[in-house]
Write a new protein. Structure first.
Length: 183
């Protein structure tokens, strides 16, 4: 194994110098990058790219003793670049999904139209079925509360609710789009 710090005044070739840096400093440099980018795979790529950059510039290093400092600086700078890129991507994606989450300008009109169709359909039911369905789905009352409110048995509430829902289904289907779900 070659020493990571060549002797002063001794020039080593790029392959030997970078190999020595790799063998002696790979793990600490990856840990440094992981601390900055919080991603093991990305940190390993950053260190690998920094080693390639040092190899490419090896002949331009005036003092090969400073190769480790240059390599550390390259890892930190590349980690910063990766974080900036990650931020740009996340902001871009946030902007792309924002219009999908906002309701359309015609949403209140559609909701009002659907509500009007349901109310008109309810008017076609017998009075007791209409009352049970209104208390159940508009006021969200339980069977016991509906029975007490209307002065009828719980069995009658179940019966009126079942018959009313069954009668309402074909009326709403004839009116057009499925009015039972929010689309």
């Amino acid at each position: 194994m070659t020493d990571a710090r060549p002797e002063s005044g001794v020039d080593t070739d790029a392959d030997a110098g970078v190999e020595a840096l790799y063998l002696a400093h790979w793990a600490p440099l990856v840990r440094l990058s992981v601390l900055l980018v919080h991603d093991q795979g990305m940190a390993e790529e950053i260190v690998q790219d920094a080693l390639v950059a040092v190899h490419q510039k090896w002949d331009r290093l005036t003092d090969q003793q400073k190769a480790l400092a240059y390599l550390r600086q390259a890892v930190v700078n590349r980690s910063r670049s990766a974080l900036r890129h990650r931020g740009v991507v996340s902001r871009y994606l946030a902007r792309q999904s924002a219009p999908d989450t906002m309701p359309g300008a015609d949403r209140p009109v559609i909701v009002d139209s659907r509500r009007r169709m349901v109310l008109d359909a309810l008017q076609q039911l017998p009075r007791r079925q209409r009352e049970v369905l209104a208390l159940r789905y508009y006021l969200d009352l339980s069977e016991a509360e509906i029975a007490e409110t209307l002065g009828i048995s719980r069995g009658a509430v179940k019966s009126h609710a079942s018959r009313g829902a069954a009668a309402l289904r074909p009326i709403l289907e004839d009116l057009g789009p499925d009015l039972r779900t929010d689309q």
